[in-house]
Design a protein. Sequence first.
Length: 418
Amino acid sequence: MEEDRLMACSCAGKKILVVTQHFYPETFRVNDIVKGLIEDGASVDVLCGIPNYPSGEWAEGYGYFGHRYDDYHGASVFRSGEIRRKGNTSIRIFLNYISWPITASLKALRLKNNYDVVFCYNTSPILMVIPARVSAWRNKCPLVTYVLDIWPENLYTVLDVQSSLMRAFAKSFCDKQYAACNKLIALSDSLADNLFRRIKPLNSDASISVIPQHCEEIYERKSVSSDLRSQFGGQCIFLFAGSITPAQGLDTVIEAFSRAVTNSSVEMKLLILGDGMSRAELQKTVANKGLGESILFVGRVDPEVVPMYSDIATAMVAPFADNPELELTIPAKISSCMASSKPILAVMRGEGADAVRSARCGFVSNPSDVNALANNMIKIASMNKDDIASLGANGFDYYREHFSRAVCLDKIEKAVFD
């Protein structure tokens, strides 16, 4: 039976090189994609960087020297150097962005393994595509790029680029990188349409598939921590889990929570799991508002621990910055929140907001509408347990149909290998 299943998989017996700057022990969904490809019979190599995201500090056992090879569930992992993000200042992030593609391109020239395809898992920056292109050229094989962050638009959530000349150059450069790929995978129909308009004049043969980000099955699990239940039981808990960056728009969430606490008699807490470049500034904001006992920065936790926090959460908070171009994607946290069987407070426009509405699993507010989010928090706090459970169940059903691991990995394999 297992042999028959593997024979039916699109990737069985194929060789694939996965190119991405961020890989295990960094917690990106490409880790699970690699595991899935191996489970389905592919031979997988990974070209990636040295783990230091999001804190900017090297993961234990890694650094500027040594430790350039790992084995990950049967995948050979080749690491090339980079300047770490230490401090997460604009200049350090810029140096990080440009250093890895250079070293990775040099390593790519030495990685000739007769690959059937190169698969670029393209988060920020788009410069990751460069070593992927080198790898595809070196191995004379197709390049398929999964576009997770649309550039240059995503860049502007981190760096304030005002020069129209610089913006025009950035767009032209990014369009050429996308057009150089044999196939693109977009997260949504809107993003696919955007990419198609940009690359069609440059590459009339390029094709685009639409596959949303899947959610690892770990977020479905029901894990209980008696300590957390004892600490937070009987309270209305709003939970955010993810990278703490400008793209998340957490300042709006904190202001809305402040207003909700003032206008509700229900005891509420906001738990923020994760780390990132905006954490220190947001902690100052919380301290200045005198909300240190109500808004708790838990820090980064292992993915296996997140379901324990979901267990004690009344609702999940899924914010996104107010940027029209970012409305084209469905944030990964939407699928994670749905998998947790908890209601979602979505703070976004576009595809992500549409998914929450379609699933009927929570409430949506615009990123700039603090009062609307505060009212939604109060609404959740006043709901009975049955109504809250019903919203969570709706989200889980939608997740199983659209975002589950099995569904999305099957689509990825077909897009990459067919």
